[in-house]
Each structure stands twice: as C-alpha cells, then as structure tokens.
Write a protein that binds this ligand. Structure first.
Ligand SMILES: [Zn+2]
Length: 290
C-alpha cells in the first residue's frame, strides 16, 4: 500500500472521528438520547460538575450493538469526557467509594463505616457476588451504602479489547453491553434497586463504551484519589494518600483484600478527616445536591 493510500485512509479516519459522537446519525436513534454536548466536560485543574444521566429507555442489546457496529474508539483512559472524576462540593464533602473486584471480603471496613455512620458507594463485580451474595444482600439494606455496578467479569470497558495492567477489555460492543447489563440485572435481582453508576474493572474505558453507557442511562464513575493503590500500599502510604483529600475528591479503595493494609490505613485516615470536619456523601448525593 502506497503512502498516498495511507494518507487517504488517515484522512477518512480523521473525518470519521470528527463525525462520531455519542448521538451517531443512525435514523432509529430517538430523541431520548441526549446529544454529546450535554455530557459533563472535564477541565484540567477544575473539578467537573457531575451529571447523573437521566434514565432512558434504550436498553435493547441489538439496537446498541448495531448503533456502534462501525464505530472505532478514538480514546482510551480513566480521565475523559463523560467520566465523573471529582465534583463541586458544598462545604467539606468527599465521596468514599469501595470496590469489590472479586475474591475475599474485608468486612472490617464496612463494619467500621456502619459503626461510625460513614456513607460510601460500593462498586460490586459479578465475580465478587459469586462468593458473597448473602453479604451483598445485607449491605444493600444498610442505608449508608449505595450499591453500584463494577462489571460482570471485571474488565476494562472497551469496544476493541484493548488491555491495561495486563487485563484485556471487552472485545466488542456486545461484550461491553453484557459486562454492564448482566451484572446490573443481577444486582437488581438481589438488592431490589437498579444501579445508576458503573465503574469498569481497572476504571478504564474507551469513548465508544462511554457513549454506550450514556445510551443506557448509566453514569461512568471515575475517581480522583487511589487511596490504596489497588490494595498494594502500606498503612502509612494509605494514610498519607487519603489525608491529602480535598473537598470534591472521590476516593477509591478496595474492600476485597483483607490481607492488605487497606483497612488499617483507611480507618486511621478517615478518623483524621472526620476530626477535621469532612462529610462523606454517596455518588447519588454528589449528583442530587448540585
Ligand atoms: Zn476492581
């Protein structure tokens, strides 16, 4: 293939990128899909104003797969337009989020939060539910906790299988749809509530999957502070990291690694933040209070 042909292909791809938006020009798309311009915009150094997406009716798998069948992803990451990464606080507010990716359950963390009446948003993957359905049911009955979706198989949410940290993403829009909706339905059947936020395994997404989530009426949840570095930090590093939180931050730690220092570091850091007047709110409150 000659250089001219290559540049022609590059031009076509560039035009396609400009033309592509969350509301692609498929005729069957209805007015219930909000156009891309209404997505929250991330401005560097300024926290974005999160917008919980209004529920829409387009949850049909076939429709979603057809809509994005010819669309190639142009972006991949954990910070991009459409991902809630921080918020504009009312006072000293922080959102604490706990990921349950799979494996074990460090119940000391949720016991502590209940004892101290600290609110948190819990992102639960299908892999974790496999061994903890009863515990999930109980956690969903604690009003302090908001249960949200951490994916059916805990993968990056992609339309082309791109990998990060050695974990391959979903390999097509159909698989991405299943990664979201299969676990959503399962969470709903156990907790009685439909999840409204989704955080992918690894918290990485591509732009096509972000658009798909918007169609499904689900908000993509990011974070601003990795409080335990994927449950690898020492106690002192966890304390130092979480203590650095500012109003409007979204802290991510793990509740599925009891062998790690997460519990001890988190408890010490939360005590200090509480003593200095911080309030902890759920992601729904992040959105509803605005
Ligand atoms: Zn995870």
């Amino acid at each position: 293939m000659g250089a001219r042909a290559n540049s022609k292909i590059a031009l076509v791809l560039a035009i396609a990128a400009v033309l592509f938006s969350c509301s692609s020009n498929i005729e069957t798309a209805t007015e219930t899909i909000k156009p891309l311009e209404t997505l929250p915009t991330i401005v560097s150094a300024e926290p974005m104003k999160p917008t919980e997406v209004e529920p829409v009716q387009i949850t049909d798998r076939k429709y979603i797969v057809e809509k994005y069948s010819d669309v190639s992803p142009m972006k991949f990451g954990e910070r991009m337009e459409g991902i809630i990464s921080g918020f504009n606080p009312s006072g000293k507010q922080i959102a604490l989020t706990l990921d349950a990716c799979g494996g074990s359950y460090d119940r000391r963390i949720t016991d502590y939060l209940e004892k101290k009446k600290i609110k948190a948003t819990l992102f639960i993957s299908g892999k974790w539910i496999d061994g903890h359905e009863k515990e999930l049911k109980r956690l969903s009955e604690v009003s302090l906790f908001q249960i949200e979706n951490h994916g059916t198989t805990h993968k990056p949410l992609t339309s082309d299988g791109r990998a990060v940290y050695g974990i391959s993403g979903t390999r097509g829009v159909g698989e991405a749809y299943d990664e979201v909706m299969v676990n959503s339905d399962r969470l709903e059947s156990i907790t009685g509530r439909t999840p409204r936020f989704f955080r992918s395994g690894t918290a990485f997404y591509d732009d096509v999957s972000i658009c798909m989530l918007k169609d499904l009426g689900i908000s993509a949840a990011g974070y601003t502070i990795s409080g335990d570095g994927g449950a690898t930090y020492s106690k002192s590093k966890i304390i130092k990291t979480i203590k650095g939180a500012k109003p409007g931050d979204i802290i991510l730690v793990h509740m599925n690694h009891p062998e790690s220092d997460t519990y001890e570091g988190l408890v010490a850091a939360l005590q200090e933040l509480s003593d200095s007047g911080f309030e902890f709110i759920t992601l729904s409150e992040v959105v509803e209070n605005r």
